[in-house]
Design a protein around this ligand. Sequence first.
Ligand code: V0V
Ligand code: CO
Length: 143
Amino acid sequence: MLLRIDHVGIACHNLAEKIEFYESVFGLTVVSREVNEEQGVREAMLHVADGDRGASYVQLLEPLHPDTAVGKFLAKRGEGVHHIGYGVADVTKALEDIGAKGVRLIDQRPRHGSMGASIAFLHPKDVGGVLTELVETSRQTSR
Ligand code: V0V
Ligand code: CO
């Protein structure tokens, strides 16, 4: 079901500063920057690698407001790994299969994600404390 690790989502207070850090220390390149109002984030995708089953990224996340998923996470836990995003071929089908196994779905249906992807989150309490995102990439951008 899981094709690859699509991205690791990292919560930070200052997106510009963290981009600069990842560029200068690891030599990564920003391939996309977006504001996602629905998810309450300003985010950047930095390309890490390409594989047979698609690419992988680091996603840096800055909250738009304190009362958002990432804002609350930062207040409680500080900066660090916020979620893991796995590539799937069909996010709707994956949600159906995973939900049938009793894992709580945060999203019953796919939402709009970075670079045109369809995304959905699984509840961290049912995934061993790991906020888990399913990512179906857009065919147009074939990221
Ligand atoms: C919260 N908890 C986490 C967590 N966030 N555990 C692991 N990893 C995280 N990231 C724990 C928290 O410590 C609490 O446990 C419990 O879950 C309830 O948390 P809360 O602070 O009361 O917050 P809630 O319940 O209001 O919200 C938590 C959830 C929320 C996970 C439901 O953050 C959510 O809906 N997230 C999905 C959307 C999201 O994260 N969007 C931003 C990325 P204790 O303390 O009670 O034990 S957007 C993105 O990735 C995009 C656009 C993309 O990739 O394209
Ligand atoms: Co993400």
